[in-house]
Design a binder for this molecule. Sequence first.
Ligand code: AMP
Length: 354
Amino acid sequence: MLKPGDTIGILGGGQLGRMLAVAAAQLGLRVIGYSPPGDNVAADVCSDFFEKGWGDTQALSAFAAQCDVVTWEFENVPLSAIAAIPANRLRPGAIALETAQDRLNEKRFVEQLGGRPAPYAAVESEEELARAIEQVGAPGILKTRRDGYDGKGQWRVASAHEASAIRFPGVACVYEGFVDFNAEFSVILVRGENGEVRFWDSSENVHEDGMLATSSLPHSDLIAGQVEAAQDLAKQTADALQYVGVLTLEFFATPQGPVFNEMAPRVHNSGHWTIEASATSQFENHIRAVAGLPLGSTQTRFANVEMRNVVGAEANSVFDVLAEDIEAHVHHYGKAEAREGRKMGHVTRVSSAK
Ligand code: AMP
């Protein structure tokens, strides 16, 4: 168990790291970040920050030597970089990253546990792409197995006619059938060192152009009957990975029950509302879990919650919302460039204390 003044290392330098570092600071823990040069907005709130490449094993070892525990905020940290961190100091363990970095692996993993992803086929060549579309059917989505995020590395196939217009992108992919879902939701849990698991309420998530736009509570009836089965699968996943920290699974709610979309071995955008609306936020509980501290209550404190992402140039006028709504909370990630389609911050609105 860490003590006040001990140090947590975070691999990755984005907004998730920034919010994790703020939560750690509240507990009197120091945070050191590590990420290749770039717009590392976590660095603003860390005690120290290594702007070094993932291939720099010497820098990674020097970083790890200063940390009591190392975690990550970014699931695409190369496994070769993870190997430079002593396994007994790394939480969650490398197996979680290995599983979740690859869309094909994670689908197979949850299938073994009884979970149901959309129908899919692996694609490693032009011929396999044609075969996959034939086998799975259209409409569907071709996704790169690795490195995709916020709808990037994805190509939609609207119909079998259109299939010939889609080229194999030259990297390993998975083609999956389009799910005609009623709604989308996520299960976010935290698992402690001792195996204790707590769930936050499942928000209803709306995506625009493949990127999360809003997460809200209460969720609709379309989701209500599906959360329990989804939580069961998420718990089995966390147990099988001997996971320590916050784990997210995203689902489609369908008339046949929850369909697994993907997992994120980390705090998640659809859990940002927990900062204001939960007894303990996803960020604080992740820090508590990896620090070996007791977990906090995940109970929701408000009847109505909405988190909306602030994207691109919208961020320039984000403070306007404060004048309109005294229950609005603005989070600006401090990114230098408000590029189109870039997540710049979020606004959470809460009402009706429970
Ligand atoms: P992903 O990055 O895989 O989570 O995809 C981002 C968003 O695209 C999802 O949250 C859905 O809104 C949509 N999407 C992705 N895959 C599918 C699918 N197989 N069927 C329907 N919608 C999908």
